[in-house]
Design a protein around this ligand. Structure first.
Ligand SMILES: [Zn+2]
Ligand SMILES: [Zn+2]
Length: 133
């Protein structure tokens, strides 16, 4: 069986996902944009039975931004980590995966709320590493 692992930036929290999981969802709503400080939240929806913490299960801080919207971050490094507020599924922040997913983004949500800069310019530049200028 395929096992994927993920962790926060400082390594205090780490998790494991068993078996096959679906492609990535990206939510562009205004809450996800603010909470991420970026284009939005990139999420994997994983059934609870397939997810388990390897360490740091209690090392998170949860912020309740709205009654129906909370985010959990590592207490040490602030990395946004899997949310466990749903009874059936864990909402795993895709950027914390350490193992390749083998799939891309399949769904974009709240596209009407997308930031106007959330797109490539026609002459967008891509570098394998940092920019040289
Ligand atoms: Zn951390
Ligand atoms: Zn959202």
């Amino acid at each position: 069986m395929t096992v994927r692992t993920g962790s926060c930036l400082c390594g205090a929290r780490a998790y494991e996902i068993d078996g096959e999981i679906g492609a990535v969802w990206v939510c562009h709503c205004s809450l996800c944009r603010k909470a991420s400080g970026s284009v939005g939240a990139a999420i994997l929806i994983v059934p609870r039975a397939q997810f388990r913490w390897l360490k740091g299960e209690d090392h998170g801080v949860t912020f309740a931004l709205r009654e129906t919207y909370t985010i959990t971050r590592c207490r040490t490094c602030g990395t946004p980590l899997p949310a466990e507020t749903d009874a059936a599924n864990i909402y795993v922040t895709a950027g914390t995966l350490d193992t390749p997913l083998g799939k891309g983004i399949r769904t974009h949500l709240f596209c009407a709320s997308r930031a106007d800069w959330d797109r490539d310019e026609p002459d967008a530049r891509h570098f394998d590493e940092r920019s040289t200028g």
